[in-house]
Design a protein around this ligand. Structure first.
Ligand code: BJW
Length: 251
């Protein structure tokens, strides 16, 4: 392993953007692959505020099923999640910084031990009251008629997730991290959804090296300096090993 300060000064600060592909080998579906979630349900039926207003039964059933799936004991962090934790710990020891920004609403990064983590599309294991904004932990189904324990409103509890047309979370903190990063890595994301799809350009403006790690070329592949294609459990540990091995200009 290289000298810690060499690692920090060669690569850091690092911002990692993750998408559904990193959790695929843990047993969770992606969205836009042939067997993905959007092949079985329409976005307009489950992932917009209008859908929730029109048909809360369908929307709650969709997220209740996904929450139960996430809590299945067989769904656990994989080697890619664990490799990012190793990266965070090594960089921290060297006085550097790794921030993981995830589009995923699962909790597999936390379960693996990631601490510098932002969920820009929310968290499936939290509920929010659409009236008063109170956020609570949520590991059980949300009933359509459930009352908010803070304000008492009926039928206003929803999963704390960001639907189309809603503003993603933590955007100021993410923009600040992108503006000062030296390395930007996008893992397991197709690059179809704004604003995450634009992070690579913000990282470029900061002068960062940009790297795609994905099963296949994403729609934004041409915007990255380099790309490594394969399953996340292979390409992410290989990338982390390369970082911990030394200067970033190595092949
Ligand atoms: C593997 C692998 C393995 C597979 N190993 N890799 C036109 C009309 C209307 C709206 C818009 C419009 N144009 C733009 C918009 C905005 C809209 C948008 O982007 N729409 C596009 C679809 C066109 N965006 C929004 O509305 C966002 N808000 C917004 O823009 O606010 C305004 C604003 C923001 C900021 C500044 C200023 C203004 C909100 C977007 C919310 C997205 N929500 C969802 C659902 C969340 C809850 C839930 O999970 O149900 O988030 S949609 C869904 O897509 C989910 C994901 O986080 C997101 C991204 O998907 P991801 O992760 O990339 O998954 P996939 O399936 O697409 O890709 C997986 C990849 O992994 C693939 O490439 C595979 O190859 C790969 N892979 N196995 C490694 N083993």
């Amino acid at each position: 392993m290289a000298d810690a300060h060499q690692v920090r000064s060669s690569w850091g600060p690092i911002v990692v953007l993750t998408g559904a592909g990193i959790s695929r080998e843990s047993g969770l579906h992606t969205f836009r692959d042939a067997d993905g979630i959007w092949a079985t349900v329409r976005i307009e039926d489950v992932a917009t505020p209008e859908a929730f207003a029109r048909d809360p039964v369908t929307v709650q059933a969709f997220y209740n099923a996904r929450r139960r799936g996430l809590l299945d004991p067989a769904v656990v962090p994989n080697a890619a999640h664990r490799a990012l934790v190793a990266l965070e710990r090594a960089m921290r020891q060297a006085g550097g910084d790794v921030l993981v920004v995830t589009q995923n609403i699962d909790d597999l990064h936390e379960r693996a031990g990631q601490t510098r983590l932002l969920h820009m599309h929310g968290e499936l294991l939290k509920a929010i009251c659409a009236d008063c904004g109170n956020v609570t932990e949520c590991r059980a189904d949300i009933a359509v008629e459930a009352p908010c324990l803070a304000c008492g409103a009926i039928g206003r509890l929803r999963p704390q997730v960001v639907w189309f047309g809603e503003m993603p979370l933590h955007m100021e903190e993410i923009a600040a991290a992108l503006a000062r990063c030296a390395t930007f890595v996008a893992i397991g994301t197709s690059g179809n959804v704004y604003p995450a799809s634009g992070f690579v350009e913000l990282a470029h403006q900061a002068g960062a090296r940009t790297i795609e790690l994905n099963l296949e070329p994403s729609v934004t592949r041409s915007l990255f300096h380099e790309a490594h294609h394969g399953p996340a459990t292979t390409v992410v540990p290989a990338f982390v090993a390369r970082v911990l091995d030394g200067p970033r200009n190595r092949p």
